[in-house]
Each structure stands twice: as C-alpha cells, then as structure tokens.
Design a protein around this ligand. Structure first.
Ligand code: SAM
Length: 264
C-alpha cells in the first residue's frame, strides 16, 4: 500500500501494518524487505556511509564510544552492528584504557541479523578482536544481565518490533550497565529541515546510484528516517522499556541523535 507524502504519514500506520520506507506492509514482511536492502548494499555500506554523511558518522560513532567509556574486562554487545564500526571502536578504546590502567582487556560481540553485513565486517582490519554473531535484536541469545554496555548504531529504525528489541537490550544489561542508541533523527529548526529534505530527496539517491549502482535502498533510508519517531518519542519508548535516566544529545542540529539510558 503506497501512502501520500511523508508529512501525512504516521510511523505506525493503521490496520496492523508497519512502515517500510514510504510503504506500509504487514509486520511479517518487513524483516525480509529490510534484509533485501542490506543484502543490496553490504559490500558498499561503509563507503556509502561516508558519502552520505560527509564522514560525520565517524565522528558521531567516536562520541558514542567516548561516552560508553569501556573499562578493563567489560563486555559490549553491539546490536544491529552491521560491519562493526562501534564494536571495533570499543575494542580500540578499551585497549588504550587497559594499557594505561592494567586489568583484563575489554571484549565485544557484534550481532546483526544480516549475514552479508557480518561478512563485510569480518574482512575489516581488527575484525578478529571482536566476536561476530548472527542474531535478531528482538530475540537476543544472551542471558539476563550479561553485558556491561549495549550499543545500537543506525539499527533501531530498521527493526520491525522496536519495543521488543528495546526490552531485549534492557534485559541483557547488568544493573548499572549503560545503553547508547545512535540514530538518524529530526532537525530541530525549519530551515535545517528544509535543507536536509532537499539533500535527502536529491543528493542521497544520486550518490547511491553512483557508488552502489542503485538508488532504491537509499530511498528506503531516506523514507525510513522521515517516519522514525522524534527524539522525545524515542526517549519515551526507552523509558517504557525500563531504561532509567534517559537523555539524548542532538548531532548536526538533530539530523542524528544519541539516546542514552541506564539499567538500574
Ligand atoms: C544502517 S545498518 C547499521 C550498521 C552499524 N550499526 C553501523 O552503525 O554502521 C542497520 C543494520 O541493522 C540490521 N538489522 C535490521 N533488522 C535487524 C534485526 N531485527 N536484528 C538485528 N539486526 C537488524 C541490518 O542488517 C543492518 O546491518
């Protein structure tokens, strides 16, 4: 079912459908559609991230891991971790802390539902330092309270059952553990919103066509961002999932946002 322009489209459509970009689809169909998107882009995913964000995603991910602040012996679970950007950064930051302060090294599991994304990640430098695991964020194969930190970068928007995934990420965190969710969000001024809309409509699909040979997955990215809840709404969903002291920081005037919470 194709719906009218984005301004009129709720993120949760009526009639038991869920959003997949500009379309509304039955919930059971969305995971395969999302998988198709990431199958199509896995080999060019890292390059496209750089092109679409002008490299800004690297800075935002550095900030996520600086805020996560890995300590010796701590375990990170990076959910929807794709090619491992956050897991690899956690390991590098953790190694520096252990070298300075002593103690056992930190460790990281990068989990993702998509085998092609994990395969692209396993080919990267440093990949052997992290564990790679194919897993659905809605059913994490980890014991309660088993992780010191859980991150999800640009992943929550792609998950069909966001409430289930948030509950799972809360469940696997130990008391005192921290949760950091980096995601595209909504610009906070009308001027920036207008500029960003033009960039999203024209530049991103063109970049996709040029670099990855197809614009379709990138149209999905643009449309899924528009229909994703705003900063306050996501913060509310995190509280409903049981996270405490929920806060968020806007990046690039709200183009992206880092939401944080604690398991208490
Ligand atoms: C935009 S990529 C983000 C990858 C990485 N975290 C990063 O920041 O570069 C989104 C990822 O979410 C994954 N994903 C989508 N639905 C998922 C689910 N239900 N469980 C786990 N991963 C999922 C996709 O396979 C994809 O790798």
């Amino acid at each position: 079912m194709t719906r009218p322009p984005f301004e009129e489209q709720p993120e949760t459509p009526p009639g038991g459908f869920v959003s997949f970009g500009a379309r509304d689809v039955p919930p059971g169909e969305k995971p395969a559609l999302v998988r198709g998107v990431f199958d199509a882009v896995a080999g060019r995913y890292d390059l496209m991230n750089d092109l679409m964000s002008g490299g800004a995603h690297r800075v935002w991910k550095d900030i996520v891991i600086a805020r996560a602040n890995p300590q010796p012996g701590e375990l990170l679970l990076d959910v929807a971790g794709g090619t491992g950007d956050l897991g690899l950064r956690w390991m590098r930051a953790g190694a520096k802390t252990s070298a300075r302060r002593g103690g056992p090294p930190a460790s990281a599991v990068v989990s993702d539902i998509n085998a092609d994304m994990l395969t692209a990640g396993r080919a990267r430098r440093g990949a052997r330092d992290v564990m790679w695991l194919q897993a659905d964020a809605e059913k994490l194969p980890f014991a309660d309270a088993s992780a010191d930190c859980v991150t999800i970068g640009f992943g929550i928007r792609n998950i069909t059952g966001r409430a289930a995934a948030l509950a799972e990420m809360r469940r696997v965190l130990r008391p005192g553990g921290r949760f950091l969710c980096l995601e595209m969000s909504h610009p906070t001024t009308a001027a920036l919103e207008a500029l960003y809309r033009r960039f999203s409509d024209h530049v991103i699909p063109a970049l996709g066509k040029m670099a990855a040979g197809t614009s379709e997955p990138y149209r999905y990215f643009v449309e899924s961002i528009r229909r994703f809840p705003d900063q306050q709404t996501l913060a509310g969903e995190m509280r409903a999932a049981g996270f405490a002291r929920v806060a968020f920081t806007n990046f690039g005037g709200g183009v992206a946002a880092l939401h944080t919470g604690w398991a208490l």
